[in-house]
Design a protein around this ligand. Structure first.
Ligand code: F3S
Length: 649
């Protein structure tokens, strides 16, 4: 039987297990990336492992989430990250140089390699044939130390693309269409492998828009094969020698196949406040728009901004609408500026941001209260823009630019008819991506050779080994789809404490209940209760680390998002699955006792745990964990376990 492309790459990197869906496999990691919000802890954990240098082919540290220096904390973090990159041998991308996924795609992503990144949109370079997976920071530290990365062998699903995109439909509409069809849970435990003539018709930047936002489907990764378009992209980035031809075998067997005819697609939009709340743009046309932003790791490339720029050329945006362009990388900014497009957009009324995540996580350009913001981003979870009850729509750059011109949501095809002289911009790559590399510091050019820590930088917390019993209050009962943004908000006023766990913990779940952290501290811990898909969203391990710090021993949820569940193991928190009936019956404030001897049951491989509620009724909860995950739980978390293992070697 032939292999899928995903299986081929995994096979090449397999160090443990078998490629059977659902089985845990260990794979060798070629490249790692980390960014500034997760990176400080990655390096603090790497320091705790007491290793001298990174063992992967390549590691890259980016500074993209918190590039504005409100006070000394971000600046200190960036200095620490530069010093860690220099000390241990990683590339360092300075603040303002761009978003990790964009800069990585431009400089390092390579077909056939494995990439592990401490950011949930790490799968972006799948558009170049790299198998890229998002993980918690601790997994990155361990991979940098030469350890394998363990993941459940995903099901490989074939997305066969037929036809070609019609005018005004874009790669963003391909992924919005899939979100509409499959929902934010549709990709859990899966890799989406794109094939077919429609896939061949897409350029690499279009492919990476799709692979980037595969994360919103909950997918482990998304990948395209390589071809002339890949070779051409690499050549334009001056990296043609890194090209490798990759494709699935003709007789590859997939777990499922979904066919999408690109020629049927039309401009789509995700309504507030979930990326799968997708409708045709025409359905919400006429809604007044206060703000438009083109940017992010999904649609912040040169190829994304150029279509908007062409639409704005010799026109002015509507007086009631503000428009911001936030390029995904300085390379994109520089090329657009050299070609004169920046001036064109400025003349049309656009304001520019530096190349950063910025508004995507509520840092800058926060929408006005009770206003509508259209963004080309990948997420519109409530409150992520920096204001509660926000109204954020997700769309392509073309739909965003059309709204900026009209002052209201409009199908760009209708606007083109109305204006009479606006052509569909299509996709265009620069002849050469010839931006400067001044902001990228290679290990050979390292500025520092020892760690520099400011006063807000603590140490990596190390957990305690698992005890026999878990007994405490159900401190919080939450609904379905609680995101890592709910658990630890990514806004600047909070995330500036990312290297200081004691302080950061005070904000845990404050979005859901602002008394939670205090109550958890007063009662010396307890348990959390949640519905389906608990912990969806980013790979932020602080969302497990802070509950651990507050003494949370277990989370009882109907289901868990993949990366967050791994993070719960990594920080010694027991993730127990409960059925709907149990979920409905448990009330916040109930007394919860796991009556099974937890440490014994975890070690013995037991899957069923008896939970006693209010000393009155009992339910069964399930632990779905591999042997390795059980060892991690037992040890009190992965850092303690890995440290012990390295000490034994
Ligand atoms: Fe940054 Fe938003 Fe992407 S936070 S990495 S631009 S999803």
């Amino acid at each position: 039987m032939g292999q899928t492309l995903t299986e081929k790459i995994l096979d090449d990197h397999l160090v443990e297990g078998e490629l059977e869906p659902g089985e845990e496999i260990g794979i060798e990691i070629d490249q790692v990336l980390t960014q500034d919000t997760t990176g400080t802890m990655v390096w603090l954990q790497f320091e705790a492992l007491e290793l001298d240098e990174i063992q992967t082919e390549l590691a890259a540290q980016y500074c993209d989430h918190q590039t504005y220096q409100f006070d000394f904390k971000n600046t200190d973090d960036h200095r620490f990250l530069r010093s860690a990159a220099g000390t241990y041998g990683a590339h360092f991308s300075r603040p303002g140089n761009g978003i990790c996924h964009n800069v990585h795609k431009e400089n390092f992503a390579a077909p056939g390699k494995t990439l592990l990144g401490s950011d949930s949109h790490t799968p972006t370079p799948g558009g170049l044939g790299e198998l890229a997976i998002g993980a918690g920071g601790l997994d990155i530290s361990v991979a940098m130390g030469g350890g394998a990365y363990y993941v459940e062998m995903p099901e490989v699903v074939n997305i066969r693309l037929e036809g070609e995109l019609p005018e005004w439909a874009t790669a963003k509409d391909v992924i919005l269409h899939l979100l509409r069809e499959l929902s934010v849970k549709g990709g859990v435990g899966k890799v989406f492998e794109y094939t077919g003539p429609g896939a061949d018709s897409l350029t690499v930047p279009e492919r990476t828009t799709i692979t980037n936002m595969g994360t919103e489907l909950g997918a482990t990764s998304s990948i395209f094969g390589t071809d002339e378009k890949t070779k051409d992209y690499l050549a334009r980035q001056d990296r043609e020698d890194e090209y490798v031809e990759l494709s699935p075998d003709e007789d590859a067997e997939y777990a499922d196949q979904i066919t999408v005819d690109l020629s049927d697609l039309e401009p789509l939009i995700a309504k507030p406040s979930m990326p799968d709340n997708v409708v045709p743009v025409s359905e919400v046309a006429g809604e007044s728009v206060d703000q438009v932003i083109v940017g992010s790791c999904t649609n912040g490339g040169y190829e994304d901004i150029l279509p908007a720029a062409k639409m704005l050329e010799d026109r002015e945006i509507n007086k009631k609408t503000e428009m911001i362009v936030a390029p995904g990388s300085k390379q994109a900014s520089e090329i657009l500026a050299r070609q004169g497009w920046t001036a064109e957009m400025m003349a049309a009324g656009v304001n520019f941001s530096e190349a950063t995540c910025g508004a995507c996580i509520g840092i800058g350009h926060v929408p006005a209260s009770d206003s509508v913001s259209l963004r080309t981003f990948n997420r519109n979870f409530e409150g992520r823009s920096g204001i509660e009850d926000d109204s954020v729509y997700l769309c392509s750059p073309e739909v965003a630019a059309a709204a900026a011109l009209k002052g209201e949501i409009v199908d760009p095809r209708d606007l083109a008819d109305e204006l009479g002289d606006m052509e569909a911009p299509g996709i265009e790559l620069p002849d050469q991506y010839d931006g400067s590399k001044a902001d990228l510091i290679s290990p050979d050019e390292a500025v520092d050779d020892e760690l520099i820590k400011g006063p807000n930088i603590g140490n990596a917390p190390i957990g305690e080994p698992l005890g026999a019993g878990i007994h405490g209050e159900a401190l919080l009962k939450m609904e379905d789809n609680i995101t890592t943004d709910h658990i630890i908000p990514a806004t600047s006023d909070i995330l500036k404490f990312r290297s200081n766990i004691e302080k950061l913990s005070e904000f845990t779940l404050s979005r859901v209940d602002d008394t939670f952290a205090q109550r958890a501290m007063d009662s010396d811990g307890g348990v959390l209760v949640a519905g389906e898909n608990y912990g969806q969203g980013s790979s932020r391990e602080h969302a497990a680390m802070c509950p651990q710090f507050l003494g949370i021993d277990a989370v009882l949820a109907q289901s868990f998002a993949r990366i967050h569940k791994a993070n719960l193991f990594n920080f010694g928190i027991l993730p127990l699955a409960i059925d709907e009936e149990t979920y409905e019956k448990i009330e916040q404030g109930d007394d919860i006792e796991v009556v099974t001897d937890v440490s014994e049951a975890v070690d013995a491989g037991e899957t069923e745990f008896t939970v006693r509620v209010n000393d009155d009724w009992e339910a069964t909860a399930t632990l779905n964990a591999s042997e390795r995950e059980r060892r991690i739980l037992s040890a009190g978390g992965k850092l303690r376990l890995t440290k012990e293992q390295y000490a034994d070697e």
